[in-house]
Design a protein around this ligand. Structure first.
Ligand code: TRP
Length: 450
């Protein structure tokens, strides 16, 4: 068994942790987390966020890993194997593929921006500009046609190349190089940021909870962010779970990934807020926080351009390991269900994403006026996936594993066939059957009502 498993998936536990942590750590941590925290009450948001990561995030990640490793299959094949007589569950698999496609389509827009900003920083093109000029750079670039499309395309090609090389020689190998690099760059940025004069105000904002700021809006934002950041509900961790060795411990693996993901979000906060406060910028400025606010910050500090390069390199690396995980959902489906070669599957998936993704890119420029449900296409995809597809996907997964799949089989997979003592199994099962579905229903309903 171990041999078959080895040739198919990750070669070691550390490889699995780094690859899945690479999928989890991404723009969600360094771009989305800081602006969500900035807009939703600072330290209070952080506290709730961490609470949800541990209470719901880790059990849900274990759930996806169990489904994937038990079935040894991609996001659709998993239900074909685990519930051969209940074809309805295939819809859940198809939802995952669709969700992965939509997320990758809008995610690759922002990933393309990071690449462009990295090039701008390397060419010294952000240096010496005033606030207005930096804002202008951002709007001119994102509202254009060819440059943003080219940046997005380049990012898709880069991702496609890694995924084509396979799970071991592509995904696992590059994660083992890029994840440590990411940590080193992030720590270097942290040291710089924390030694700015006036940094402590930013740290206070990040770490000191103001309990009066906790309301339902803040809770929902934190729960949604924990989902997005841990890559849950879209079959990403089902696919990666199918590559985890049978001898690895699923609880330990999930806990490590969640810890890495939370640590990176915290470090990103510790980079961004001290700098934002030290230079009197607005922490609640929204999605452009890292593209408009930070370049201003870099320009006001010594050796700013060097730090701009380090920062956008870091952001590109984080984005790349995540786009790899998004593409792998689609490629694994193509290879295992449609019997395409890996390369063919990568090419077809990448092209499909580019066609849909280019509409997302253009929705900042030429298609800006085109609105559906009051949103641009980019906003619509973000909204649909975060508010509906991810919680629905996760809810159905908990119902599948908690209510339809036999409990003994769940325990068997989590305990590696009875070899491990899983002391907290009853706690996990309680969360799986009741707590997680309830929390997910609340997000869904409040999303529909609000
Ligand atoms: N978690 C990633 C981030 O924080 C984004 C991501 C990658 C994702 N794969 C996913 C989100 C699958 C949902 C589902 O940037």
């Amino acid at each position: 068994m171990a041999d078959i498993n080895n040739s198919r998936g990750f070669t070691s536990n550390i490889g699995a942790i780094l690859a899945a942590a690479g999928g989890a750590v991404g723009l969600g941590n360094i771009w989305r987390f800081p602006y969500m925290l900035g807009q939703n009450g600072g330290g209070a948001f952080l506290l709730i966020y961490i609470f949800f990561v541990f209470l719901i995030g880790i059990p849900l990640m274990m759930t996806e890993f169990i489904i994937g490793r038990r079935s040894q299959s991609n996001a659709v094949g998993a239900y074909r194997k685990l519930a051969p007589n209940q074809k309805g569950w295939l819809i859940l698999g198809i939802l995952s593929i669709l969700g992965g496609l939509l997320i990758y389509a809008f995610y690759s827009v922002v990933a393309g921006w990071t690449l462009n900003y990295l090039m701008l920083a390397c060419g010294g093109k952000l240096a010496g500009k005033d606030t207005q000029a930096i804002t202008q750079t951002f709007t001119n670039f994102t509202q254009g046609t060819w440059w943003p499309l080219a940046s997005q395309f380049l990012f898709l090609i880069l991702t496609g190349a890694v995924v084509t090389m396979g799970v071991q020689k592509g995904i696992e190998k590059i994660s083992k190089i890029l994840m440590p690099a990411l940590f080193i760059l992030l720590i270097a940025m942290c040291v710089r940021s924390l030694t700015l004069s006036g940094a402590s105000q930013g740290l206070t904002f990040l770490l000191k909870p103001d309990f009066s700021k906790i309301d339902s809006h803040c809770m929902l934002a934190a729960l949604g962010q924990s989902f997005f950041s841990l890559s849950l509900g879209m079959g990403c961790m089902v696919t990666y779970g199918s590559y985890i060795q049978k001898s690895d411990k699923l609880f330990k693996t999930s806990a490590w990934i969640a810890a890495c993901d939370t640590f990176v979000a915290l470090l990103a906060g510790a980079v961004i807020f001290p700098a934002v406060f030290a230079f009197g910028m607005n922490p609640a400025s929204g999605p452009e926080l890292v593209y408009i606010v930070l370049p201003n910050v870099f320009n006001s500090m010594p050796a700013g351009n060097l730090f701009a390069i380090i920062f956008f390199l870091l952001l590109s690396i984080a984005a790349l390991t995540s786009t790899i995980s998004l593409l792998e959902i689609l490629v694994a489906f193509g290879v295992e269900e449609l019997h395409w070669k890996r390369k063919t599957s990568s090419i077809i998936s990448t092209l499909a994403v580019f066609i849909i993704g280019s509409i997302c890119t253009l929705s900042f420029g030429p298609l800006k006026e085109f609105h559906l449900l009051d949103r641009t296409i980019f906003e619509l995809f973000d909204f649909l996936t975060a508010s509906y597809l991810m919680p629905i996907g996760a809810l159905l997964m908990t119902i599948f594993l908690g209510w339809f799949y036999p409990k003994v089989e769940v325990k068997d997979e989590l305990s590696n066939g009875g070899k491990l003592k899983v002391r907290a199994f009853n706690l996990y099962y309680l969360i799986l059957r009741y707590i997680a579905p309830l929390a997910l229903l609340i997000i869904l309903i409040s999303g529909i009502v609000g």
